[in-house]
Structure formats: C-alpha cells, structure tokens
Design a protein around this ligand. Structure first.
Ligand SMILES: [Zn+2]
Length: 331
C-alpha cells in the first residue's frame, strides 16, 4: 500500500485538512449512534454466549515465522503457491473451509496468475463480515524481501483469527479474505498496478450478486511492528474506526492504537469503500517508514513482535460483538 499524496508536504497538508473534516463529521453524526449503542451491547444481556477461544499470539507468531521461512512471496511465484497451501492447510485443521478464487492479472510486467483464498466461518445470518489481509510480498530483484511485517504479520493474525472464530457463535457469517496481488508489480505505486486481488473480489461479488450481503470489511496490513502504533486511517468508515479503536482503548492498548489520524492510504479496503461497503484499514505505515523497514531488507523477524500480533488479534475479537451489534441495529 501507499499513502495517497505524492510528496511529504502535500501529504501533511492533506492529512491536516482531511483530519479536520473527519473529526467534524464524526462529532456531528458518526459518533452519536455508535456511543449510543455500545453500552447496551456490552456487559449486559448481550454477553450470554460463550466467549470465543482466545487469540493465541504464539500460534500467530508461528504462522509469521513460517511465511518468512518460505521466503519472498511475490504473486505468481512458487513461494506464494506454497503460502497459499499453508493458509488453506492451517484453516482446514481448525475446520474452516476455504476456496481459491483464481484469476489472471494483466500487469505492466505481463499477465500474472493470481488467487485469493477465501475462508468461510458460518454464522447465524448469511450476511457477511469480512476480515482481510494480503499475503503476497512486494517483488524486488535487487534484495531478498521476506515481508515479515508487510504481508506476513496480517496474514498470520488472520489465520489465527480463523481458529478463534471457528469456535465462536457468530451472529454473521465471517469471511476470511487473503488477497493476492496487493503490491504493485512495478517498483512504484501507480494505479491500476496494485490491489489486484481485492479489486477482483469486488468485481466478482458484484457480478454474482453476493456483494450486497457483505456488510463490513476489516482489513489488516502491517500490524506486526515491534513498536506498533496504528493511527486512524482517514479513508476508513468512521463507525468502524470508532468501534475498533474503542475496543483497543477498553483493553488498554492506546499506545498501539493511537487516536491520531494518519493520511488516507491506498490499500485493499479502497475497492470496497468505492463499492459502498463500510471498511476500515488497521495499518501502521509510519513506524516502519521512520525506521526504514518498509519495503526494505529490514522487514524481517527483528522488527516485528509476537506481542503486537497478540494485541491486534485481541482488539479485532473484542470489537467484533460491537460491529455485529451495530449491523444488527442498522437494519
Ligand atoms: Zn507493501
């Protein structure tokens, strides 16, 4: 993914300007229903069902290590096919059925065979909440890029969330989306050379009519930095941001889920937003950028931590009942 603005200066100006708008909108409208509902859904009769199996950060860490061991995992490579098989195998072990959504992406470097992996955890309702990550790593000729954080961390958390959710009573069907081809094939990020998998998913869901049943998307990307500090992403749907950052605050993770806003980021949530699906991107682009571990050889095991994976998994699980309550009351 990449920040939308072209220069650091433009970015800061845009961020300040957009932050003002988002805060204004949130204060005027977005926040009112969310805060009105949250207390009713938490701590009172809603919490009658058994809690889901806790998120196990050690398991998530093992999934991250395995991906790093496989090595660079660019779209179309044998390594990404191996990663795909690993994801499916791990989910099958916990009883989550997966399918592959294969397609051929026309990229500036030629046609590349790609495949999204889609896991489904049944819920009371056929309508879906999607949790997502990209599992490809950026293609580099000149360096060995293993993407411990960028590609590895969110995929690891998503696999482990599958295990927790498979043991939970879900109000909505949960879809686990592992996108191929998030990264640009060319060195620079220039539309439409990016987000191939998520764009393909949305186009296919539109075509077969299943997009209408998708009620929300929670995207994870670069969530493993050892000094994780995810800021609120500007393009994300405000009520989803409020519920997720609210859950983080409840759990005492304000340091990792900062209340500051980051600039809007081009990422896999954008095709969903454009299609009218509420979506949030949980991402920390700033910390790795500042350390120079974003899209460099330093995106390795040294700069990620099990603790960060644990926190993100815990926060998503804690926010899920609130997201369900919000969606239930919305219709
Ligand atoms: Zn990347």
């Amino acid at each position: 993914m990449r920040v939308s603005a072209r220069s650091a200066h433009a970015l800061r100006v845009a961020a300040a300007w957009l932050a003002a708008i988002v805060v204004a909108c949130g204060g005027a409208t977005g926040q009112a229903p969310a805060t009105g509902q949250a207390p009713a859904g938490r701590g009172t009769p809603a919490a009658q069902t058994a809690p889901p199996p806790a998120f196990d950060g050690a398991r998530a860490w093992a999934h991250l290590e395995r991906q790093v061991e496989i090595g660079p995992r660019p779209s179309g490579s044998d390594a990404i096919a191996e990663t795909r098989a690993y994801i499916r195998e791990q989910l099958a072990e916990v009883g989550v059925e997966t399918t592959e959504q294969a397609f051929v992406a026309a990229t500036p470097l030629g046609d590349v065979p790609m495949a999204n992996v889609i896991g489904v955890v049944p819920g009371e309702r056929p309508e879906r909440i999607a949790l997502a990550s990209h599992y490809d790593t950026k293609l580099f000729e000149e360096l060995r890029f293993v993407g411990a954080n960028d590609g590895g961390s969110s995929t690891a958390v998503l696999i482990e969330l599958g295990r927790s959710l498979a043991g939970r009573d879900n109000a909505f069907t949960i879809e686990l989306l592992f996108f191929d081809g998030e990264e640009a094939r060319r060195p620079e990020w220039r539309d439409p050379d990016n987000t191939y998998g998520s764009r393909h998913y949305v186009a296919a869901a539109r075509k077969d009519g299943s997009l209408a049943g998708l009620r929300a998307l929670v995207l994870l990307d670069m969530v493993g930095d050892r000094e994780l500090r995810a800021r609120k992403e500007l393009a994300s749907t405000p009520w989803l941001v409020d519920l997720i950052w609210g859950a983080a605050a409840r759990l005492g993770h304000r340091a990792q889920f900062s209340t500051e806003y980051a600039a809007a980021i081009s990422d896999d949530h954008v095709p969903f937003l454009q299609a009218g699906v509420p979506a949030v991107d949980i991402i920390d682009l700033e910390t790795p950028t500042d350390r120079n571990s974003w899209h460099t050889a330093a995106d390795d095991l040294e700069n990620v931590s099990q603790k960060s994976l644990q926190i993100v998994g815990d926060v998503v699980l804690a926010a899920l009942p609130d997201i369900e309550a919000h969606l239930r009351s919305a219709r």
